[in-house]
Design a protein around this ligand. Sequence first.
Ligand code: NAD
Length: 314
Amino acid sequence: MPNNHPNNQSTHIAFIGLGNMGAPMAKNLLKHGYSVRVYDLSTDVQQSLVAMGATTSTSPQQAVENADVVITMLPAGKHVKSVYLGAPDAERLMTEGLLSHLAAGTLVIDSSTIAAADARLVAQAATTANIDFIDAPVSGGTAGAAAGSLTFIVGGADSAFARAKPILQAMGKNIFHAGESGAGQVAKICNNMLLGVLMSGTAEAINLGVKNGLDAGVLSDIMLQSSGRNWTLEVYNPYPNVLPDVPASKGYEGGFMSQHMHKDLHLALQTAQDTAVDVPMGAQATQLYDEHIKAHYEKDFSSIMAHFDASVLK
Ligand code: NAD
């Protein structure tokens, strides 16, 4: 049930980054009655939210004017750092960071998956400017974003978490406070390293069965009721036409791009290296995606199936 509390309309949210995840998340805020101003480098995606009541903007600075809350859903750490802290004007990134445009007391929620160190860097700069910053990466994919059932994994101060919670509840179902600043990102990359391993392993097992005469759907049903059961088999099968409405049944379009899984696996490996932790399975999955993104970086990450059976992408 949307929480259309009358006060929601008086909470002004700036939402920056309206890709596969950001656009449906912003739509759920609108459904809950929040006042939302959007910004993305692509003007087309901004327009798609106007029908639902969003206001558009021509720059990130304009988007955050009078905002009580700022939410970002950007591809990677370099985008988040450049948006908040400013950066050399390469790759169409802005030169002056948004933090210098925000009023003291603004709540900033970054839901992108980035390095914990980058999240802590932005959080520190925000604290200096008396701005509340939390890292709040998500799990649940584009289906979870559309359904408003995402899992949010938050790092930051208790008080900032408490302020953010009702807003996150408009977009998600399970809201976890993992710990201090950066903790959300650490938990998220542990999860995604496991997801990369599970997706690769599931694709490998299905391919073994298919190459030995089994039907991919029948084999998936068997494994779903056996000890190989896992999330990818349940809701995100990598083999075409086993499940309806998943990227594998739609030419591996939309969903969670291989380049993002590749980024997350490297974040996990970097964290493991920095803290002298052994992650051999994560390293193996990373090698597979290193190779895979050379040709398929924009395809959904379940297209790793093509590493085992190239015909699925033809
Ligand atoms: P995406 O590439 O579809 O969307 C990113 C959007 O950000 C694009 O619309 C792009 O135009 C915009 N953008 C880039 N730089 C910008 C800037 N400087 N200012 C404004 N807009 C800018 O990515 P996505 O799939 O929506 O993922 C976003 C983040 O969420 C990533 O960090 C990803 O790892 C994470 N994530 C994705 C999924 C998923 O299933 N897609 C699930 C969980 C987490």
